[in-house]
Design a protein around this ligand. Structure first.
Ligand SMILES: Nc1ncnc2c1ncn2[C@@H]1O[C@H](COP(=O)(O)OP(=O)(O)OP(=O)(O)O)[C@@H](O)[C@H]1O
Ligand SMILES: [Mg+2]
Length: 268
């Protein structure tokens, strides 16, 4: 079954397409990496698929159902979405506790009954991410890494069928990075979750990721098996520069094979 299926998905803002003709199908249990330059549309695509942003053409099926204004909140209760770049615009004075709890209601606030079990789960998640003492803190008074830990905790509030992780290691210290990546590996091994992972750092691509998409200017540049999408010739065409790619054990590294730097006349 497709967990995500987009057909001719587009979003036009003024005269510019932020997303253009995205045809993408993610099968149940597949793990995907989404990769692309700043501003290519990764956060826009994922927040649109989660029903947080409007789109102007095409269709989205999420968890087997056509996504619309009526069911977005219900569907979101079954997925975890981490995106500092999206949620930093939404959360301001909400406490860490309420932000984690809000996942239960598929939105930004409390909308229904809260059980003792819910409270226990939020406290357990905050504790687990090392921010138990910050439960009452408003989002804006947290450090960058603490904000990120709150968003990760929020994504795990419900045992998710689908985890959509937009730069999930953003701002985390090395302890928190290892803690989260090891936990994610365990979740991938032990459950039937589907994981979508956006990163600029290819060394974060864990061995269980088998599929990848390259986005460019709001369009799919390449998608399919990870090793094909991350082939040197595809990446070199994507970046318009000779790009080197290499595996070291389970880790994958790429770099642009040219000496990129600012014109000296600007700073000299
Ligand atoms: N609300 C908006 N109105 C108009 N343009 C927007 C809006 N939100 C984002 N954009 C534009 O859409 C483009 C894609 O933004 P998006 O945040 O999806 O990029 P991204 O691929 O996630 O980049 P990054 O790697 O920097 O996180 C950018 O050019 C951005 O300026
Ligand atoms: Mg982004």
């Amino acid at each position: 079954m497709a967990i995500i299926n987009t057909v001719h998905l587009s979003h036009k803002q003024g005269s510019k397409y932020l997303l253009q003709d995205i045809n993408w199908s993610v099968q149940d249990g597949e793990h995907w990496v989404i990769f692309g330059t700043n501003g290519c549309g990764k956060t826009t695509l994922l927040s649109t698929i989660c029903g947080y942003r409007a789109f102007s053409a095409g269709s989205i099926e999420l968890l087997g159902q056509p996504l619309n204004l009526d069911n977005a909140v219900t569907l979101r209760k079954e997925l975890g979405f981490v995106s500092a770049s999206y949620f930093d615009r939404c959360f301001k004075n909400e406490s860490s506790f309420d932000i984690v709890l809000s996942a239960k209601f598929g939105g930004f606030g409390r909308r229904g009954n809260i059980s003792d079990k819910d409270v226990r789960r939020v406290r357990q998640l905050l504790e687990s991410f090392g921010i138990a003492s910050k439960g009452d803190y408003p989002y804006t008074m947290l450090s960058q890494g603490q904000k990120q830990r709150v968003l990760l905790a929020r994504a795990l509030m419900a045992p998710p069928k689908l985890l959509i992780l937009d730069e999930p290691l953003n701002g985390l210290d090395i302890y928190a990075r290892d803690f989260f990546l090891n936990t994610l590996t365990e979740i991938a091994d032990a459950t039937d979750v589907t994981i979508i992972y956006v990163t600029h750092h290819t060394e974060e691509i864990l061995p269980f990721f088998k599929k990848a998409m390259l986005l460019k200017n709001g369009k799919v540049f390449a998608q399919g098996d990870l090793e094909t999408v991350f082939a040197e010739d595809t990446l070199s065409a994507y970046f318009d520069h000779q790009t080197n790619a290499r595996w070291e054990g389970d880790h994958f590294y790429i770099n642009i094979g040219e000496d990129l730097r600012m014109d000296k006349s600007i700073w000299a």
